[in-house]
Design a protein around this ligand. Structure first.
Ligand code: G4P
Length: 533
């Protein structure tokens, strides 16, 4: 076999071994804790961005993140890569705070599967429902982890019912808890007929792996004591009433295998990870406007799903996070920036090792790399090895909150424009310029986003501004196939029309009623609450 054929085969193997995923959960369910344990199990090799510090962590690397620390929230997304059992796992962290949900939604477009962490005492919570709905748009396969078994949680059968009813997905328990809270004795694997005996691991210590083979063994009887008969009945019931695990249904996004454990005590996480790397899909094929791109294609392609500024105060630039969708990135390669129709040589794509930037020599489909962005890269941009196609499905959501920006110093208007343009390209805020006046309106999905915008405009662009309430209820991107009807609409509604940061025409509705009346009056016009980048 020729050298290049051998090399190609090993790239194919690398791609097949990639597992790129994100964690979805409600705040406080244990996402950070489980992330720490996963990294511990995989002995972290690379950290891109800042792993969310605990509230008191002093190791956060970026200075504007003092805002995060003040609020005890995590605004940034980061990427972690670690090897596990012959696979390479890419874990994309997402901002914990719901005000930054747009960022999270977009990160979910860059993964192939997700891990859903549920607080066993609280069950399915609001944010999990929302994130699950985003996953459903692409039928993303989801593994469930019911956390905090060391506490008194809700009845596990009830929890499974809730997952099925509220999230609308079949649930297949893989293991079943033996007791809970102070009586938690371990988990019983329904498929291997083994009990994994609970032994809490502390801090960075992974607990000793104690197993009992066979529920009918003497050891099992001794462990369960008086509870033995009840447990046998419970298992009968669970087996009869719940779904059997089906890899096919899981991969189709129709069934979630469910594990029970406690992230804090690092128990049950390893079992979940063992099955995760076996079952979770390798890099999936991706849709473009032109054709479907196979993850195993030789030619390189990828799209940008996030832009982050100030990841490191020593490098005051912005990093564009790119998900590689096919082929291999090799240092110094030429890429086509499809939107600009330009070829660019990229020699300095980065990953991050223990907080320091590292130049990436090579990365394959499924990996995330960081490109230095000097203002030419936007969220949603496609890069290829020359072919003209654009990836689809990277959403832009209509903001729900709006403010008018008024400068304290009118001389700063240029700096303000520049700052807002960059912040909107990063997806940190959205900007609207009304057609009939010179206002600048910023929109956000969550109110904290305004704080970040204000902080960064002041810190990075030296712009001091006042953020006033403005009479806008929501924004809709408008389009129309009938040019005459569209012209009429534009004339009639001129006072409500604005151009957004991407140059798209937008209708700013002052009230919900106004929006529905306008929609009724102009049936030819399409009003969209999301647009793709
Ligand atoms: P999040 O990222 O999803 O927001 O959750 P995080 O991991 O920060 O966990 C939220 C709280 O729940 C933390 O406590 C954490 O220690 C606790 N926790 C996580 N997993 C378990 C578990 O398996 N059992 C129990 N009993 N608790 C768990 P905290 O007091 O809010 O924070 P900290 O001071 O411990 O950092």
């Amino acid at each position: 076999m020729s050298d290049s054929a051998t090399q190609q085969r090993s790239v194919q193997q690398d791609i097949a071994n990639r597992r790129t995923f994100a964690i979805i959960s409600h705040p406080d369910a244990g996402k950070t804790t489980i992330t720490e344990k996963l990294i511990l199990l995989g002995q972290l090799i690379q950290v891109a961005g800042t792993v969310k510090g605990k509230k008191h962590d002093k190791s956060a690397t970026s200075d504007w993140m003092s805002l995060e620390k003040e609020r005890g929230i995590s605004v940034t997304s980061s990427v972690m890569q670690f090897p596990y059992k012959g696979r390479t796992v890419n874990l994309l962290d997402t901002p914990g705070h719901e005000d930054f949900s747009e960022d999270t939604y977009r990160t979910l477009t860059a993964v192939d599967s997700a891990l859903m962490v549920i607080d066993g005492a609280k069950g399915v919570e609001d944010r999990t429902i929302k994130l699950m709905n985003v996953c459903r748009l692409r039928d993303t396969p989801i593994i469930g982890f019911v956390n905090k078994m060391d506490r008194d949680i809700r009845d596990p059968i009830e929890l499974l019912d809730e997952i099925e009813e509220v999230l609308g997905i079949a649930a297949a328990p893989i293991n079943w808890p033996v007791g809970m809270g102070s009586e938690f004795k371990g988990v019983y694997n329904l498929y291997t007929d083994t009990i994994h005996v609970f032994k809490p691991g502390k801090g960075s210590v992974v607990a000793e792996d104690i197993r009992i083979d066979g529920l009918d063994s003497d050891e099992a009887k001794a462990l369960l004591g008086d509870e033995y008969d009840d447990f046998i009945d419970e298992i009968e019931l669970v087996k009869g009433a719940s779904h059997e695990f089906s890899l096919e249904d899981y991969l189709a996004g129709q069934q979630t295998p469910v594990f029970f454990g406690t992230a804090l005590a690092n128990f049950g996480v390893r079992e979940m990870l063992d099955d995760f790397v076996e079952w979770a899909p390798p890099p999936l094929n991706r849709e473009t406007e032109q054709r479907v791109v196979d993850a195993k294609e030789e030619a390189f392609s990828g799209f940008v799903f996030k832009i982050q500024a100030n990841m490191d105060p020593r490098h005051r630039d912005r990093i564009a996070f790119m998900r590689i969708c096919s082929g291999t990135y090799r240092k110094g390669m030429k890429m086509r920036h499809v939107r600009l129709g330009k070829d660019v040589k990229i020699a300095d794509a980065v990953s991050f090792l223990a907080g320091d930037r590292e130049l990436v020599e090579e990365a394959v489909s499924g990996d995330i790399i960081g490109l230095h962005n000097h203002g030419t890269i936007q969220i949603g941009d496609t890069f290829t090895e020359g072919e003209e196609f654009r990836f689809t499905g990277i959403p832009h959501f209509a903001p729900e909150l709006f403010r008018r920006i008024r400068l304290k110093d009118p001389m700063k208007s240029k700096a303000l424009q520049k700052g807002l343009q960059q912040l909107s390209e990063e997806g940190s805020t959205q900007v609207f310029m009304p057609q009939n006046n010179s206002d600048l309106i910023v929109g956000a999905v969550g109110v904290l986003q305004f704080d970040v915008v204000a902080y960064r405009l002041k810190d990075e662009y030296k712009v001091d501004a006042i953020y006033e309430p403005v009479n806008v209820y929501t924004a809709r991107w408008v389009s129309c196939d009938d040019p005459k009807a569209f012209e009429q609409f534009k004339r009639k509604c001129a006072d409500n029309l604005a151009i957004d940061g991407g140059g798209y025409l937008t209708y700013l509705a002052p009230t919900r009623v106004n929006l529905s009346l306008t929609e009724e009056r102009h049936p030819e016009v399409v009003f969209r609450s999301t647009r793709e980048h």
